[in-house]
Write a protein of this length. Structure first.
Length: 174
């Protein structure tokens, strides 16, 4: 069973939060606020926070900024304006396919078959972990509590994303 190894020191990571929306502003960004609160409560640093339009080139530009982790919320559905997964896939060096699968599995208990409408995704690019979540505060909370809280904590055993960070760019050292 996975466990928290209290003998290891906690290592905070720098997280950029990106809200993808054509309609929200900072005052209406409930999902972004939820993620900011959860990440800060866990001991991480919010290094940046932005709202960008649901335009692939604008999303890609934000993903290319160097940071430990980028978590986005919004634009993962199936409507014509939802282009977040396409933007993420265009910059991935490696996709973390299990993230979307696990998110939908966790979400199924709460929203049933509607979870199939989510195209939540994750991957790695330029030494940065990229996570795209749906735009609801509940979905953000589910992803954080069910996946990210543990995977962004270096004390989580048997393994976690944080301990792999120094190795994400090994392919560039050859």
């Amino acid at each position: 069973m996975p466990r928290l190894d209290e003998t290891r020191p906690f290592l905070p990571v720098n997280i950029a939060l990106l809200t993808v929306s054509d309609t929200r502003d900072a005052a209406q960004d409930r999902s972004g606020n939820t993620l900011a609160d959860l990440a800060a409560s866990a001991g991480h640093r919010i290094a940046a926070r932005r709202i960008v339009r649901d335009e692939q080139d604008q999303i890609v530009a934000q993903l290319k900024e160097c940071i430990d982790v980028v978590i986005s919320t919004g634009g993962t559905g199936v409507t014509g304006r939802d282009v977040t997964p396409e933007a993420f896939h265009s910059v991935y060096e490696k996709e973390i396919a299990g993230f979307g699968e696990l998110f939908r599995w966790l979400s199924y208990d709460k929203v049933g078959t509607s979870t199939i409408q989510s195209r939540a995704t994750a991957g790695v690019a330029g030494g940065t972990y990229l996570f795209a979540l749906p735009g609801s505060p509940s979905a953000c909370r589910d992803a954080w509590d069910g996946i990210l809280l543990h995977q962004l904590d270096n004390r989580f055993r048997p393994c976690n994303f944080v301990e792999l960070m120094p190795r994400l760019q090994e392919h560039l050292k050859r």
